[in-house]
Design a binder for this molecule. Structure first.
Ligand SMILES: C[S@@+](CC[C@H](N)C(=O)[O-])C[C@H]1O[C@@H](n2cnc3c(N)ncnc32)[C@H](O)[C@@H]1O
Length: 246
């Protein structure tokens, strides 16, 4: 009871997930009796506390598509593993809010810090990065508010507009889940420097674009971190997700 289920919409005709999902809390469990077969139970589901007055669906918009649908699944599972932990969540590299909407959808009761210039990539270094400054500038804070608006509890979403890590002011906060998606060596390196010391035990930092030819700087920054911090548990998940567990 109290567990949160993430229900993904599946199309049995095409064997694909549509990219839409809803989260529901288990509020009732009937196990045994009333003609139920052994090993089966009946669950009653309710709205999450934060969406009690705003029922709605998580919309992933145009970013859906097979690869992104898989990526959203890994993000969902990883956030779900951190649900019992204390601490805030963060995303560095938000763009139009699709991955942030997934994380927020699983844990709408947790504070989510959103770091982006909202003017595109910065500090791209052509010796390690493929992206250029200004890539992904087609977004606004309002676009992201809309993407996350389905369960919007304004107090849980904290926008940090500008160049990370200068916009980081949460020196005294602890974090349970961080999604790093800046596409650059600089952004990945800065994410590790800022968040690694602030993760709760069991907390996870997840990186997009690991071993993606379009973002070689991401792998370089992670590799340097692993060399300097031997023994940190890590895993690679398809597609191109790298997960550190503290
Ligand atoms: C690939 S997009 C993020 C995509 C998003 N996570 C998703 O899955 O929908 C990369 C974003 O990183 C942001 N970015 C890159 N370096 C940054 C930095 N140092 N500070 C703030 N934002 C940065 C860009 O503005 C861009 O919006």
């Amino acid at each position: 009871m109290g567990d949160i289920l993430v229900l993904e919409e599946y199309n049995p005709d095409t064997w694909t997930y549509s990219g839409e999902a809803i989260s529901r809390k288990v509020i009732y469990k009937l196990a045994g009796g009333f003609g139920l077969q052994d090993g089966f139970c009946v669950l009653g589901m309710g709205l999450l506390d934060t969406e009690a007055n705003r029922p709605g669906r998580l919309r992933l918009g145009t970013a859906a598509g097979k690869e992104n649908t898989m990526r959203y699944g890994v993000i969902r599972d990883t956030v779900a593993m951190t649900l019992p932990l204390e601490g805030d969540m963060a995303e560095i590299g938000v763009w139009r809010g699709a991955s942030a909407a997934v994380a927020h959808g699983v844990a709408p009761h947790k504070t989510l810090h959103l770091y982006d210039t909202f003017q595109g990539v910065v500090k791209a270094d052509s010796s390690v990065d493929v992206h250029s400054n200004g890539d992904f500038s087609d977004t606004t804070v309002e676009t992201v508010r809309e993407a996350l608006g389905w369960t919007l509890d304004e107090t849980r979403l904290v926008f940090h507009v500008g160049e990370f890590p200068s916009t980081f002011t949460e020196q005294d906060r602890k974090f349970c889940f961080v999604y790093s998606d800046t596409d650059t060596y600089f952004g990945t390196k800065a994410t590790l420097a800022i968040f690694a010391p602030r993760m709760v035990p069991g907390g996870k930092i997840m990186f997009d674009d690991y071993e993606w030819h379009g973002c070689p700087g991401v792998k370089k920054a992670i590799t340097e971190f692993l060399i300097e911090n031997e023994g940190i548990q890590h895993a690679i998940a398809e597609p191109r997700q790298f997960i550190l567990t503290f």
